[in-house]
Unconditional design. Structure first.
Length: 127
């Protein structure tokens, strides 16, 4: 995860890293756990009004607003691994942010930002 993305979405990285030190890597076995853990650290992000969508709405997993642009909602997808976005058939043009445990999609379009939870856990001192 690049520093530009961290600064864009995370209010205070030090506070976030203190928070996630209480959680272990073995939590991440499913997309549901990614959503759960992101819910815990959400208060440390610059996102507002996060709404997780109903599973019947296949257009996206969630929408939120970035503080600096409250007029346009961001489309958020949660994935265990970022490349699962492709496997699940999501529209690359209709996604702003992927929140995942592992970012393994090397050919990701430039219009999609990634918050990699594994990277945050490593920054918090977990290997």
């Amino acid at each position: 995860m690049n520093e530009k993305t961290v600064k864009k979405y995370i209010k205070n990285l030090d506070d976030l890293l203190k928070e996630i030190q209480d959680y272990r890597e073995d939590l991440f076995e499913s997309e549901a756990m990614v959503i759960f853990c992101f819910g815990i650290i959400y208060k440390h992000t610059n996102l507002q009004g996060l709404v997780i969508k109903d599973e019947k709405n296949h257009r996206c997993d969630a929408v939120a607003f970035l503080e600096s642009n409250a007029e346009k909602p961001l489309v958020v997808e949660f994935e265990l691994r970022s490349k699962n976005f492709v496997k699940h058939g999501h529209d690359k043009e209709r996604c702003d942010l992927i929140v995942c445990w592992k970012h393994n999609w090397k050919e990701i379009p430039e219009n999609i930002d990634v918050i990699e939870l594994d990277d945050l856990w490593k920054k918090a001192g977990f290997k």
